[in-house]
Ligand binder design. Structure first.
Ligand SMILES: [Fe+2]
Length: 208
C-alpha cells in the first residue's frame, strides 16, 4: 500500500507571517516529492540486483540510501505541518511540567529551540528519550542525519531555506519567531502524551 500525501490541517492563508505561497510550495510541491519518491523507491527495490550491492556505488545502495532520505523527509514534514495553525499560546499540563523540569522554564526551552533552529541546516527536533524520559532538542543537517535511535519526536522546526526564503530572505530568526506564533502547542501536548506511553513500553536497551 503506497504512502499517501496528507492534507494540511489548516488553510494555506491562515498563518501569521508564513505566506500562502510558502505553504503552497512547501506542502503542495516539496512534501509530496518525498512521499512519491519513497513509494517509487519501495517499488524499485524488489528488482534491484542484490548481487552487485556495494558501498562504493550500486543501484541497491542508492535505493537504500535515498529510502531513508525520503522516508525521513516525509515523516518530519508531516510532523511539522501537524502542529502549525495554532495561536502560539504556551502549553499547559503534562508537557508544560516536563519542559519546566528539563529546561527550568518555557522561556529557557524556547531559547534553546531558537538557538537550535539557528544552528541546524535542516531541522531542530524535540524528542522524548526513553532512556532518561527527558525532552531533548536534536539538530539535523539533512532529513536522514541527526536522528537519535529510539527517541520519539514530538515537534519539529524546519529550517531549510525553502521554509522561509520567500517570506524572509536570509532572515531566519524572523521566520523562527513567526513559526512560534503559529504553533499549536495542544497538538504537541497530544504528541508528548503518546510519546510518554510509547517510551514507557520501549524503556532502554537491556543487557540482561
Ligand atoms: Fe521542508
Amino acid at each position: 500500500m503506497p504512502f499517501a500525501v496528507k492534507d494540511l490541517p489548516f488553510a494555506k492563508d491562515a498563518l501569521d507571517g508564513i505566506s500562502s505561497k510558502t505553504i503552497e510550495t512547501h506542502h503542495d510541491k516539496l512534501y509530496p516529492g518525498y512521499v512519491n519518491k519513497r513509494n517509487e523507491i519501495e517499488a524499485a527495490l524488489p528488482n534491484a540486483d542484490r548481487s552487485k550491492s556495494a558501498q562504493t556505488y550500486s543501484e541497491y545502495r542508492a535505493l537504500k540510501h535515498e529510502e531513508t532520505f525520503n522516508a525521513d523527509g516525509q515523516i518530519l514534514h508531516e510532523l511539522y505541518f501537524s502542529h502549525l495553525g495554532g495561536d502560539g499560546a504556551p502549553p499547559s499540563g503534562a508537557l508544560a511540567e516536563q519542559i519546566n523540569k528539563d529546561y527550568g522554564s518555557f522561556e529557557n526551552f524556547m531559547t534553546e529551540l531558537s538557538a537550535s533552529g539557528m544552528a541546524a541546516r535542516g531541522w531542530a527536533n524535540v524528542a522524548l528519550d526513553p532512556t532518561d524520559m527527558k525532552l531533548h532538542i536534536f539538530i539535523a543537517d539533512a532529513h536522514n542525519q541527526g536522528g537519535v535511535w529510539g527517541t520519539i519526536p514530538v515537534m519539529t522546526l524546519d529550517v531549510y531555506e525553502h521554509a522561509y526564503f520567500i517570506d524572509y530572505g536570509s532572515a531566519r530568526a524572523d521566520y523562527i519567531k513567526s513559526f512560534f506564533k503559529n504553533m499549536d502547542w495542544q497538538k504537541v501536548s497530544q504528541n508528548y502524551d503518546k510519546a510518554v506511553q510509547m517510551a514507557r513500553i520501549a524503556g532502554s536497551a537491556s543487557f540482561a
